[in-house]
Design a protein around this ligand. Structure first.
Ligand code: FAS
Ligand code: PHB
Length: 394
């Protein structure tokens, strides 16, 4: 016997996109049901983004989940670009009047879950088979099984917040969906360690051996990345080997301050640029990684997902409170304008800061010239800075 549930918006995915959308809608009195194929512990356990744009902080403040962020987050007013031993600081505060906040996506997810549970949000976890249906009707639905029972959620709208590997994007007919992709010929090997960061600000380094990033989660917990081959494996990287290579790529002046220790997380992530168009099909809206992926170089993935959600929440709230659909109707066009600008920036910084095996000597000189131009031009540095702190919401 199928259990029938009704809600205004059925959200597939309880990552940052789905959780934030659920909270923003709840604050406006719009009810949702949230479905995820994993459980809360698994979702909270994923280590991902670390840098929040001011717009993301503002969205979390609007959602009422920014108290711990303001207590524990680290405001950052600049970051370093290093190129073969030369260093250039991008002074984002002087160039844009804005800062970014270092606060892990893990913590953002925990803060959102805490508030959603405190407010009695209806979740269905460990759902392997959610299936959006009747997307072109005015009563779409989501069918799934949970703990042996079958369910159908009848709703007005479905929000596909189920990430790159989710079901939502795949529910858009192939003759409607257009996808664009660039897969990078390398990955990022990341570690987490309970040691103070090597520098008080982030360092992005392009060394002949490859890219390195020195980041952090707090003043006592550091996050480091090394560019690695796509077919590399974490088993090839002892902590000692990681620390030795990181020291080489950051350079001796920085490495002398490196505090090493046992890593408690070590993983390799592939890098890709990906966009799916349109981000709406009938009553289905895509938001976050279900519609786009950026290489993490620009610290944009989570921030871009939040921007989608802010724009989608605005449109849905206008629909339910004023019966006004202009922002819903323009959602896909509006978000995609921003998505492509952010894809461009993430691609630009990835192209500048990594060693590409196929690069000719000419292209290597182009990388060096781009860095030298950045270091000498306030206008060029301001361009990097205004993208890094986050472009204004349309
Ligand atoms: P998510 O992928 O976070 O969440 C999707 C949710 O949907 C998951 O909980 C999943 O279980 C669920 N789901 C999937 N399929 C489903 C189905 N069929 N049915 C029901 N539920 C389903 N961004 C940065 O800014 N900086 C970084 O350093 C960074 N590092 C990253 C490292 C890795 C390894 C990865 C994969 C991503 C990284 N990102 C980074 C990007 C990342 O932070 C995303 O942008 C962010 O998680 C997007 O959030 P969501 O759109 O909610 O998608
Ligand atoms: C991180 O701390 O995980 C991080 C920071 C900045 C990036 C990418 C990842 O650009």
């Amino acid at each position: 016997m199928t259990k029938t549930l009704k809600t205004s918006v059925c959200i597939i995915g309880a990552g940052p996109s789905g959780l934030l959308l659920s909270q923003l809608l709840a604050n406006a009195g719009v009810d949702t049901i949230v479905i995820d194929r994993q459980d809360r512990e698994y979702i909270e356990g994923r280590i991902r983004a670390g840098v929040l744009e001011q717009g993301t902080v503002q969205a979390l403040e609007e959602a009422g989940v920014a108290d711990r962020l303001h207590r524990e987050g680290l405001p950052h007013e600049g970051f370093d670009l290093a190129f073969d031993g030369d260093r250039h600081r991008i002074d984002i505060m002087a160039l844009t009047g804005k800062s970014v906040t270092v606060y892990g996506q893990t913590e953002v997810t925990k803060d959102l879950f805490d508030k959603r549970f405190a407010e009695g949000q209806q979740f269905f976890f460990n759902v392997p088979d959610a299936q959006p249906t009747d997307l072109k009707s005015d009563r779409p639905s989501v069918h799934f099984t949970h703990e042996g029972d079958t369910y159908v959620v009848e709703c007005d709208y479905i929000a596909g917040c189920d990430g790159f590997h989710g079901v939502s994007r795949k529910s858009i007919p192939s003759d409607v969906l257009r996808t664009f992709e660039r897969v990078y010929p390398f990955g990022w090997l990341g570690i987490m360690v309970e040691k103070p960061p090597v520098s008080h600000e982030l360092i992005y380094a392009n060394h002949a051996n490859g890219f390195a990033l020195a980041s952090m989660r707090s003043n006592t917990r550091s996050r480091y990345y090394l560019q690695c081959d796509l077919d590399d494996h974490v088993d090839n990287w002892s902590d000692d080997r990681f620390w030795a290579e990181l020291a080489v790529r950051l350079g001796p002046e920085t490495a002398v301050n490196l505090q090493t220790g046992p890593s408690f997380e070590k993983s390799i992530a592939p890098l890709r640029s990906f966009v799916a168009e349109p981000m709406r099909y009938g009553q289905l809206f895509l938001a976050g990684d279900s519609a786009h992926i950026v290489p993490p170089t620009g610290a944009k993935g989570l921030n871009l997902a939040v921007a989608d959600v802010r724009i989608l929440a605005r449109g849905l709230i206008e629909h339910y409170t004023n019966n006004e659909d202009r922002h819903l109707d323009s959602y896909s066009e509006t978000v995609l304008k921003r998505v492509w600008k952010v894809e461009r920036f993430s691609w630009q910084l990835s192209t500048l800061m990594h060693q590409f095996p196929e690069n000719s000597p000419f292209e290597q000189r182009m990388q060096r010239a781009e860095f030298d131009y950045l270091a000498a031009s306030e206008a060029a540095s301001r361009s990097i800075a205004e993208n890094y702190v986050g472009l204004p919401l349309e």
